[in-house]
Ligand binder design. Sequence first.
Ligand code: NAD
Ligand code: AHE
Ligand code: ZN
Length: 375
Amino acid sequence: TQGQVITCKAAVAYEPNKPLVIENVQVAPPQAGEVRIKILFTALCHTDAYTWSGKDPEGLFPCILGHEAAGVVESVGEGVTEVQPGDHVIPCYQAECRECKFCKSGKTNLCGKVRSATGVGVMMNDRKSRFSVNGKPIYHFMGTSTFSQYTVVHDVSVAKIDPQAPLEKVCLLGCGVPTGLGAVWNTAKVEPGSNVAIFGLGTVGLAVAEGAKTAGATRIIGIDIDSKKYETAKKFGVNEFVNPKDHQKPIQEVIVDLTDGGVDYSFECIGNVSVMRAALECCHKGWGTSVIVGVAASGQEISTRPFQLVTGRVWKGTAFGGFKSRTQVPWLVEKYMNKEIKVDEYITHNMTLGEINKAFDLLHEGTCLRCVLST
Ligand code: NAD
Ligand code: AHE
Ligand code: ZN
C-alpha cells in the first residue's frame, strides 16, 4: 500500500450535531515529514463532542474527529527518520518538534511547528487535506483524525511506544489520562501534604485525583453535581466529596469553610466558566493555585475580582497536562507497563467504529468514562 491511496472506513462529521456517517474514505499517501498510521483503537473524549457540537471556533466541517488513539505506522513520507512502518505509535494532538521557539523555551509543552495547519484542518506541506470522499476533501481535526482506519499526521506528532504495550488500553494515553496527571505533576506541581479540590469527576478529573494521590496530597476533595461519581472516584484517590446541589451557599464558600481558608490547589475539569471562577475563589489566600483544564465554548469568558489575584491566588491553564508529547508519552506507556499509573480503570465501554454514534450518546449519559472503539 506504500505510496498508494488507501480506501478505508472512517466516521465523517458532515455537520455539527448530525450523526457521523461511516464512509469509504480515500487516504492519500504521506508527503515529506508525514506518517500514515493504521489506527487500531480510538477512544472518545469530550473535546470531540465539543467540536462536533459546533461550539469550537476551530471546528470545520466536514471533518474526521478523534484524537485519543493508538496504531501502527503503515508508511512514512520523505525525510521521516524517527519512525518506520510497523512501529507502534500514539498520535499526539500536541506536537513536539524540538526545534521551534516553544519547544526550545523550556517553559512550555506547546509546539509551534504545525499548529497553524492543525488548527485549520490541513497538513503543513501544501495546506491541503489527505482525506477525501469521492474527490471532495474532508478536513483533519487536531492533527490526528483518529476516527478512521487510516490517518495521516505530521512526524512531529507521533510518539513511538513499546511494541509490547496493549494498544486497546494505551490509546488513552493520547489525551485524557496524561492531561489530568500532568495538570498535577507539571502545571500545579502539587507537594506532599497539600489539600486539593477537583471540580468534575470525569476521566480528566479522576486522573487529576490519581496524580494528586501519587503526589502525596492529603485531602482530595471531589466536587460533582452527580453524586454517583463519588463511588468510582474513591478508587482514584478522592477522599471527600461535595455535591454543590446539596448546599445553599456558593460552592467556593463551602470549600473555603471545609478547608480552613481554602485549598492549596484546585482543578476545573468541566469546561464551565462559572465553575472556573469558583475553582479560583476556593483557593487559599496568599498561595492557592487553580488550574483550568476544561475547554469552554466559543464566546465564553472567565471573570473574578482582580483582588483574588492581588491577594496571592494564581490562575493557570494546561494543555495535555504540560507533557512534551513525543518524549513523554512513551515514558507514560512505560509507567503503565510497570503498573505505576492506571489506564484500564478508565475504560468503561468497548465498541466498534461502526457504533460511534451510540458511543457518543453514552458519553453524555454519565456512566461512561472512556469508550474504546476498535476500528
Ligand atoms: P466529563 O464530561 O466526563 O466530566 C465532566 C464531569 O463534570 C462530569 O462528571 C459532570 O457530572 C461534572 N459536572 C458538570 N457540570 C458540573 C458542575 N457545574 N459542577 C460540578 N461538576 C459538574 O469530561 P472529561 O472527559 O473528564 O473532560 C473534562 C473537560 O476537560 C472537558 O471540557 C474536555 O474538553 C477537557 N479536556 C481538556 C484537555 C486539556 O488539554 N486542557 C484535555 C482533555 C480534556
Ligand atoms: N479549539 C478550541 C480549543 C480546544 C483546546 O483548548 N484544546 C486543548 C486540548 S483538549 C483535548 O481534549 C489544547 O490542548 N489546546 C491547546 C492547543 O494548542 O490547541 C477552541 O476553543 O478554540
Ligand atoms: Zn481530549
